[in-house]
Design a protein. Structure first.
Length: 447
């Protein structure tokens, strides 16, 4: 079980650290977990603190704070001589606390936890980062690695995580340690409890399966504190598929509703053990599609999911709301009907949207090839190729699409903008079928 910290004595190890001059003046925040008759409580500088945050991508730290968040998380301490100092400083300026990621090598990327020299070298590298950042006032939690269980078999990774946590506690008495896990398999949670007991709290990353988290925790016998370090849209690995196995992405309005309901029914519903969460992702990224996980578009507009997060964090909706998707179709069919098209033929597509503030809406469309990525754990993916000049009247809500000339899998995207920094999106996967055998034969004879 995760160790619960008692009040810590402030130990002076400033001579070993390399904080900024301002951080040296202000000193570190003291972070601890108390157990009461009502459950577990996170304290920051002696004050109760429930994490309301997001994983920081390309989005604005300033907007994150303005929308009611009190924390952000990262996935690494950053390269270069200043590393994470800029993010920590920016967070502090905006009244946010940080769960700082520590990059830990993954077995799926070729690292061997049977190599003691490499493991020791990694621990020493991470120790340097701890000494550099540990006295920054914005820091609250060290996140050791990220989803180290994904496609991994060697349990020695948890021994290494435990050793890193022990090292952190030796040089930094003021902050908590955890390791974010992919999913919440009860067997995995029991293994973490047994092999990494030095961790202060559990951290899980769960998407569509978040609704089953209470059951997973109960089956694992986990009765300690935890946070959810990633949650949000239903994952591309756990959603409905087309008949050619393309994942079907929810539109931006459905996603916003899921943020609301998943937060209320899981995160807010467990005040005894849940110490807060980080929504994924405050920004935009390519992961199977350019719109799947980010709550902003690549062009910068926020979607309804940002509206929902602001409401969850602050209790207030934005003064101007994002457009909402009501329906979308291609050739009269929806994404869940596995749309098949014929090479070079013309088809109608339509999106129906609404703006709660009656702002005039602007429309745009694009066709992308289907992603061929097989990466896991958020590893880098290239954006699929765009196919221009196949759409007539792309600035309207109803278009004519010419099917690509190459058979295969594609996606049609529709974007709806209100001109005030808000947008909605929807996409429909479609498959261009090859010519029938008889047609191929006929074409061959003609040649």
């Amino acid at each position: 079980m995760a160790r619960v910290k008692s009040l810590w004595l402030a130990l002076s190890v400033a001579a070993l650290a390399v904080p900024t001059a301002d951080a040296q003046t202000r000193g570190p925040s003291k972070v601890e977990i108390h157990k009461t008759d009502r459950g577990y409580q996170l304290l920051v500088n002696g004050q109760p603190f429930f994490i309301k945050g997001a994983g920081l991508g390309s989005g604005s730290v300033e907007q994150l704070a303005a929308d009611g968040a009190n924390s952000l998380r990262t996935w690494g301490a950053g390269p270069g001589p200043r590393g994470a100092v800029a993010i920590l400083d920016r967070a502090e300026t905006n009244g946010l606390y940080v769960t700082l990621g520590l990059e830990v090598a993954r077995e799926r990327n070729g690292f061997s936890y049977d190599d003691p020299v490499a493991v020791t070298r990694q621990l020493n590298r991470i120790k340097g980062q701890i000494l550099r950042y540990k006295d920054h006032p914005a820091l609250i939690i060290w996140a050791i690695g990220n989803e180290l269980n994904l496609n991994a078999k060697n349990p020695k990774v948890w021994d290494a995580v435990n050793d890193i946590s022990k090292m952190i506690h030796q040089v930094d008495p003021n902050h908590l340690t955890t390791t974010p896990l992919a999913g919440a398999d009860p067997g995995l949670l029991r293994e973490i409890k047994a092999r990494a007991p030095d961790l202060d709290l559990l951290a899980v990353q769960t998407y569509g399966d978040i609704v089953n988290l209470p059951r997973h925790l109960q089956e694992a016998g986990w009765d300690g504190p935890y946070i959810i370090t990633e949650w949000g849209a239903t994952g591309h690995w756990e959603c409905e598929k087309t008949d050619w196995n393309a994942p079907i992405e929810n539109n931006s309005s459905v996603k916003a509703h899921l943020y609301e309901t998943r937060y209320q029914t899981v995160i807010a519903a467990d005040p005894r053990h849940c110490l807060g969460s980080y929504a994924f992702l405050w920004g935009q990224k390519q992961e199977r599609t350019p719109t799947w996980y980010g709550v902003f578009l690549n062009s910068g507009e926020q979607t309804e999911s940002v509206d929902s997060l602001q409401h969850l964090w602050s209790g207030n909706w934005p003064t101007n709301r994002s457009p909402e998707i009501l329906a979308a179709s291609l050739n009269g069919e929806t994404a869940r009907q596995s749309v098949h098209l014929k090479i070079g033929e013309s088809y109608k597509a339509k999106v129906t949207a609404n703006d709660p503030d009656h702002d005039p809406l602007a429309y745009s469309w694009e066709i992308l090839t289907e992603s061929s990525a097989t990466t896991v754990g958020g590893d880098f993916e290239a954006r699929p190729k765009s196919l221009p000049d196949l759409i007539q009247n792309p600035a309207t809500n109803e278009i004519q699409l010419t099917a690509p000339t190459q058979p295969g899998a594609y996606r049609l995207f529709a974007y709806v903008r209100d001109g005030k920094g808000h947008a909605a999106h929807v996409n429909i996967p479609f498959y261009v079928d090859p010519p029938a055998a008889a047609q191929v034969k006929s074409l061959g004879s003609a040649q």
